[in-house]
Design a protein around this ligand. Structure first.
Ligand code: ADP
Ligand code: MG
Length: 338
């Protein structure tokens, strides 16, 4: 897994393309692999010599390797998991992130839970889903899931005075917020570069739009049809800084004896969550919120999920299992079907 993140691999995957698009502004496009997913950048800049796209990849890798990863032994989350059972000091950035995760857990009635690591490790769905068709995958046993669930529960995390205490055996997993949160970090990087006039960065299921295009047209962010993921359901037209995150059961899953097991788990059962929806897209100014709430709303379903979206003042689009679209007013204003 580690080798995936090595620079050599990423350089191999890189595509450079420079397109003239105005007197001074150039468009740089680049595609890489990072954070276990595809990263696509389109950056409008007045300084083509600026290695902004490489700096962005470096920042994404830094977040993964130094802060967020549950698997890499270089990360803060890994070290916190190693010291479960003790009280330990947590870097301010991660401390705040954990606090915000707990806040989403409380508001979602516990459906969102960043302490699900032991159950996620048992299922290993992300790993198998990226390997291919899941042939050879063995379902975890029911009693093993019950045991792993014992070592979960956000309400048992204590976050006080910059310190974390969690019971022994607990495993933090920030997979549901890592990409959106990283997009927030990238906004800071973009703001420091005055030569960057606009950008879109797609990081797996989360997309950032920033600034504007030289020709004045909006950013277009496609929404995948979860009932046929080779097709687009529609497009969001956005101006300025936004983050769009989608969670669904159609992208990362394994199939066993004709049944689908996807990667968003219900903390109450320890099994993949079921609701009336197949995918949820959240639109917010903030990447952390859009990512966290897309996962939470997927588990809550369209009715309770819409209430949660309203509470956090974000826009939501639910695609139900029947293929209906349920949208907030603000989403309706920017979404059009293909
Ligand atoms: P993606 O990572 O594909 O964008 P999500 O943002 O919906 O999808 O996050 C899914 C990931 O979140 C899982 O792979 C797992 O690491 C983690 N996760 C699974 N179930 C939950 C849950 N109930 N609460 C919080 N995190 C979860
Ligand atoms: Mg998410």
């Amino acid at each position: 897994m580690k080798s995936l993140f090595r620079k050599g691999f990423i350089v191999l995957c890189s595509l450079w393309m420079l397109t003239g698009c105005g007197k001074d502004t150039q468009l740089i496009r680049q595609t890489d692999m990072a954070m276990g997913t595809v990263v696509q950048q389109s950056i409008y800049t007045n300084d083509v010599k600026d290695k902004i796209t490489d700096d962005i990849i470096e920042a994404i890798e830094w977040q993964e390797q130094q802060i967020l990863s549950r698997r890499l032994d270089t990360s803060s989350v890994y070290r916190l998991n190693e010291t479960a059972g003790n009280t330990v000091a947590v870097k301010e950035e991660l401390y705040d992130l954990l606090k915000r995760c707990v806040d989403i857990s409380v508001s979602s009635g516990g459906k969102f839970d960043c302490t699900l690591g032991s159950v996620i490790e048992l299922w290993q769905i992300d790993k198998w889903a990226t390997l291919g068709d899941g042939e050879g995958y063995i379902l975890p046993r029911e009693d093993a899931i019950k045991d792993a669930l014992q070592a979960t529960g956000y309400e048992k995390l204590m976050l006080e005075d910059g310190q974390l205490t969690m019971p022994g055996g607990f495993v933090l997993d920030l997979g549901a917020v890592g990409k959106g949160y990283t997009l927030d970090v990238l906004v800071q990087l973009l703001k420091e570069r005055e030569t960057v006039t606009g950008a879109t960065i797609s990081l797996g299921g989360s997309v950032l739009t920033y600034g504007s295009k030289p020709d004045g047209t909006p950013w277009y962010v496609g929404v995948v049809n979860p009932h046929d993921s080779s097709k687009q359901l529609g497009v969001l037209s956005l101006r300025g800084q936004w983050c769009v995150s989608t969670s669904g059961d159609y992208e990362r899953y394994v199939e066993v004896d004709g049944s689908i097991y996807h990667h968003i788990l219900d903390p109450d059962s320890g099994y993949p969550g079921e609701s009336d929806v197949k995918s949820v897209t959240i639109l917010s100014r903030n990447g952390f919120l859009s990512d966290a709430l897309s996962t939470a709303c997927f588990l809550l379903g369209s009715e309770k999920g819409m209430e949660l979206a309203r509470q956090y003042e974000v826009e939501a689009l639910f695609v139900t299992k029947q293929g209906e679209l349920v949208m907030s007013d603000g989403m309706q204003a920017v979404f059009r079907t293909e």
